[in-house]
Design a protein around this ligand. Sequence first.
Ligand SMILES: [Zn+2]
Length: 108
Amino acid sequence: MSETTKSLTGKTRRLTARQLPKKFPNLRANENCLTDIACPKCGNREQFRIEMKGVFILRDAGTDDHEDTDWEQNAYCQCGGCQHEAKVGDFTFAGLDGLLKPAKQSEG
Ligand SMILES: [Zn+2]
């Protein structure tokens, strides 16, 4: 593996899924909608504001319920903890929850 340690003053290097739990030792595990999503600035994993695409039921009185929601890696995302703003892709750490969860033994 080659690592570029070019600039110390340039832009912050993107953390990897392995580096994040070292920076935030109390990182909690997620297992549903926020799997592999975490704030690289504060380690928050509880709540995010994300620009979503969705199908809503709209009545004269307003929106009622929504069906499937979806978002893209380039969608706007804001951390609910520190208000850090970036793209969803910058909050996504592939494999993070696989690292946080104790290895399960698969049976049958
Ligand atoms: Zn944050």
